[in-house]
Ligand binder design. Structure first.
Ligand code: A2P
Length: 279
């Protein structure tokens, strides 16, 4: 699989398998197993998804060499600050049954509607990630759902520039200012819900484009993210879709196609504004 290079020189497989909303137990186990058999080498989970144990079991049972896989998990919002962050990291590692992580992300920034000292909380939490990185327990560190203002604030105190910002990104929801700030700091953008959680699969323009190229809207969305230098994390529990979402070399998107997709009307959700997310 093709890869992106992170700002610390680490290679990251260009498409990752997302596991949000895939329930712990057989569902997560089977989905990750399918994904590994289909050829994904990059799996994205999070403590709050509750499925780290099954994700880890599927990885172990696959027999695939650990150093050929790229595994990401995320720090949940209740665990911010130095001590809690270190403990949460160790718990995730144990639940996944791994000795190290490839990427650890702060799941959401603390924000000003929750905490007066939100910026200091984010800075302290980031310092804990820097410590874990320096200890060699994780190959790269980053953030998630950090819109421009939060990322800019974090960069004021960060010693290590985040390698990644994982945000909601799909046709109709491009978060241009945040993407621009990431690119200008060599921070790789990862797209969660690159298919708009399935909500944009009925869009007529995308359907016409997919028909013209004998592919599916899902594959168009994945290729579109890649065309923007953004790493997509599609998720699926359907074996055919799991496979299909890796098959994106059989068609091309022209510059005009990309312009068409970029100018689709807004199809986003407020779920990605930290101030509106209730936790
Ligand atoms: P399913 O599990 O039945 O495949 P996102 O990654 O943007 O959050 O979107 C995930 C949703 O999109 C899931 O509901 C998933 O359903 C669906 N999905 C994933 N890949 C495809 C595809 N190639 N074609 C159609 N639907 C897909």
């Amino acid at each position: 699989m093709k890869s992106f290079k992170l700002n610390n020189g680490i290679d990251i497989p260009a498409i990752g398998f997302g596991t949000w909303q895939i329930p712990e137990g057989e569902d997560a186990y089977q989905a990750v197993k399918e994904a590994l058999v289909a050829g994904y080498t990059h799996i994205d989970t999070a403590a709050i998804y509750g499925n780290e144990k099954s994700v880890g079991r599927a990885i172990k049972d696959s027999g695939i060499a650990r150093n050929t896989l790229f595994i990401t998990t995320k720090l949940w919002n209740t665990e911010r600050g130095n001590d809690k962050t270190i403990a949460a990291f160790e718990k995730s590692l144990a639940d996944l049954g791994l000795e190290y992580l490839d990427l650890y992300l702060i799941h959401w920034p603390a924000n000003e509607t929750q905490f007066e000292d939100w910026a200091a909380i984010n800075a302290d939490t980031w310092k804990a990630l820097e410590y874990l990185y320096q200890q060699g327990k994780v190959k790269a560190i980053g953030v998630s759902n950090f819109p421009k203002e939060y990322l800019a604030k974090l960069l004021e105190t960060a010693t290590i520039i985040p390698a990644v910002n994982q945000i909601e990104f799909h046709p109709g929801y491009l978060q241009e200012e945040t993407v621009e700030l990431c690119k200008s700091n060599d921070i790789l953008v990862q797209a969660w819900s690159p298919l708009g959680s399935g909500r944009i699969l009925q869009d007529e323009t995308l359907i016409a484009l997919a028909e013209q190229k004998s592919t599916s809207v899902g594959q168009i969305c994945i290729k579109f993210a890649l065309s923007q230098g953004i790493l997509p994390l599609p998720k699926s529990t359907n074996p055919a879709n799991i496979k299909r979402n890796l098959d994106i070399d059989s068609f091309d998107l022209t510059e005009e196609d990309i312009r068409t997709i970029r100018t689709l009307p807004a199809m986003g959700f407020s779920g990605s504004d930290p101030k509106k997310v209730a936790f």
